[in-house]
Design a protein around this ligand. Sequence first.
Ligand code: DC
Length: 218
Amino acid sequence: MAKNITIDGPGGSGKSTIAKALSKDLGITYLDTGAMYRATAYYALSRGVDPADVTAVLAILGDISMDVKYVGGGQKVYICGGDVTPYIREYKISMAASTISKIPEVRLKMVELQRIIAAQTDCVIDGRDIGSYVLPEAKYKFYMTASAEIRAGRRYLELKEKGADVSFDEVLEDIKKRDLQDSTRAFAPLVVPEGAVVIDTSNMSIEEVKAKIKEYLC
Ligand code: DC
C-alpha cells in the first residue's frame, strides 16, 4: 500500500507550500487536490456555465475527462487532453472552485481520481476532506490552520506578486466566505479529520512547520 500523508486546512493556511516542500524532502509526489476543483471550475466558466447552477454543471460533468500528470517536477491538470494549469490560479477561480466543489457529483468524480493516484503513489496530498473523507485510513494526517487575517495577508502578497488588482480587504472577505462555504457544505465539508495533528501556522516559518510534521513521521 502506498504511504500517504494528508494535509487539510482552509485557504492560505500554508498547506500547499508545506506539502510541496515536504514531498520534495521526502522524494515523494505532491498531489494538490484543490487544483482539480479549480480545473473543473475553470472548465465550467469556459463553457459559460455558472458554477452555482447545479443542473448546468451536471450537464457538462460527463464531458470532463481529467488527468493529473507530473511534468518537470510540477503537477499539471489536463481536461480532455488540454493543459489548464496556467489558468486555474486566477483570483476569480478560487471562489468558483469552492462553489462548484459543493456539488456531490463533482466531488465524487474528483475523489475517484484522487484515490486511484493515492493508491498507486506515495504522496503528500492536500485539500479540505482528504483525511476525513478521501483517505480516512491514511497513516499520517495533519490539519493546518492560521487566523483569517494572516491567511488573507499571505494570499494578498501572492496575488500582488502576480500583478492582480485586489485589495487586502477583498481578499480577507473572500477567505472568510470560502471558509464558510467549504466548512458548511453538506457533503465532505472542511473539518479537522479524526486523529489529525492540528498545527496553527500563524506564527511559524515553513521550516518550523516542516520540522513539526517530520516529528510524527517514522
Ligand atoms: O486549496 P485550494 O484553494 O486550491 O482549493 C480551492 C477550492 O477547492 C476550495 O475553496 C474548496 C475546494 N476543495 C475542496 O472542496 N476539496 C479539496 N480536497 C480541495 C479543494
